[in-house]
Design a protein around this ligand. Structure first.
Ligand code: NAI
Length: 331
């Protein structure tokens, strides 16, 4: 039998946490033969609720779940973890300035970075979900210099999956037959959902989405805005933000990172930019990646037309501004 993998979920008493921990305990994230030990962190006001989640995990009698740590102590939470899913953060409340929210999250991600650096397993893989996800991940990277930068990522897989979902609805095809969408840039409304290279499996072979969706105006207009604003649409409908789809996407992200992407398929991940596609180096930017042997690689050589170029640059610019704002909060 395999040794259990320790998976940290911060903000585990929250909405996404509640949807995510049972998925992890059922093997959705790491596979049906991989035992797990869950580490759940939240803050003291949520301690009782966190303990309730722990009780439910016990009650669910998950065969793969070999232990549960539920704590408000960041050191205990980070101790020996192999995977860290960072969902906890300070939400933007009505009337709050962007800088105030940034400043709260910078403080959280700075201190959790140090705890991970000191106490997590060497080679721990980190996924930041909490917003501003890209910039929180960047701060975590800056304050955990001994964690390899390749191990620090943020979630844009939800946006990626939303793009696949929209194409599947539009063409009335199975979502599993649609692949190779790309989310470029920030997990925010400036993200660029790009289907220039996406394909659909049809009875007569793989066909470009661009050929099947003949309405270019839809692809360049409504499709993009629908994906960009899907989070807000869910809040409007549910009066709560997307939690089940976010949790599912977090599982997909780690699953593919650890177990690999299928041949010929790429996914979107927020990763530390190396200047690929003329995006400034040193941002956490969402790119198309393939994964193998537990490592992601940015897909190279995709053609970028003028329309796309502008969108890649606009979202990079926003990230550069966020980075500057985050740094100004540090001083
Ligand atoms: P929530 O408010 O229900 O849960 C957040 C939890 O984090 C709460 O239990 C809170 O007590 C906890 N928390 C706050 N500060 C903490 C700290 N310092 N350490 C540990 N835990 C802490 O929010 P929800 O809906 O679960 O969303 C969580 C985050 O995920 C939000 O920032 C949200 O914007 C973001 N999000 C990101 C998505 C993505 O695709 N990247 C998609 C959906 C949400």
């Amino acid at each position: 039998a395999k040794d259990p993998v320790r998976v940290l979920v911060t903000g585990a008493a929250g909405q996404i946490g509640y949807a995510l921990v049972p998925m992890i305990a059922r093997g959705v994230m790491l596979g049906p033969d991989q035992p797990v030990i869950l580490h759940m962190l939240d803050i003291p006001p949520a301690a009782e609720s966190l303990n309730g989640v722990k009780m439910e995990l016990v009650d669910a009698a998950f065969p793969l779940l070999k232990g549960v740590v539920a704590t408000t102590d960041v050191v205990e939470a980070c101790n020996g973890v192999n995977i860290a899913v960072m969902v906890g953060g300070f939400p933007r409340k009505e009337g709050m300035e962007r800088k105030d929210v940034m400043s709260k999250n910078v403080a959280i991600y700075k201190s959790q970075a140090s705890a991970l650096e000191q106490y997590a397993a060497k080679n721990c893989k980190v996924l930041v979900v909490a917003n501003p996800a890209n910039t929180n991940a960047l701060i975590l990277k800056e304050f955990a210099p001994s964690i390899p930068e390749k191990n620090i990522t943020c979630l844009t897989r939800l946006d990626h999956n939303r793009a696949l979902g929209q194409i599947s609805e539009r063409l009335n095809v199975q979502v599993s037959d649609v692949k190779n969408a790309i989310i470029w840039g920030n997990h925010s409304s400036t993200q660029y959902p790009d289907v220039s290279h996406a394909t659909v499996k049809t009875p007569s072979g793989e066909k470009p989405v661009r050929q099947l969706v003949s309405d270019d105006d839809w692809l360049k207009g409504e499709f993009i805005t629908t994906v960009q604003q899907r989070g807000a649409a869910i809040i409007k409908a549910r009066k709560l933000s997307s939690a089940l789809s976010a949790a599912s996407a977090a599982c997909d992200h780690i699953h593919d990172w650890v177990l690999g992407t299928p041949e010929g398929t790429w996914v979107s991940m927020g990763v530390y930019s190396d200047g690929s596609y003329n995006v400034p180096a040193g941002l956490i930017y969402s790119y198309p990646v393939t994964c193998r042997d537990g490592e992601w690689t940015i897909v190279q050589g995709l053609s970028i037309d003028e329309f796309s170029r502008k969108k890649l640059d606009a979202t990079a610019e926003e990230l550069a501004e966020e980075k500057a704002l985050a740094y100004s909060c540090l001083s």
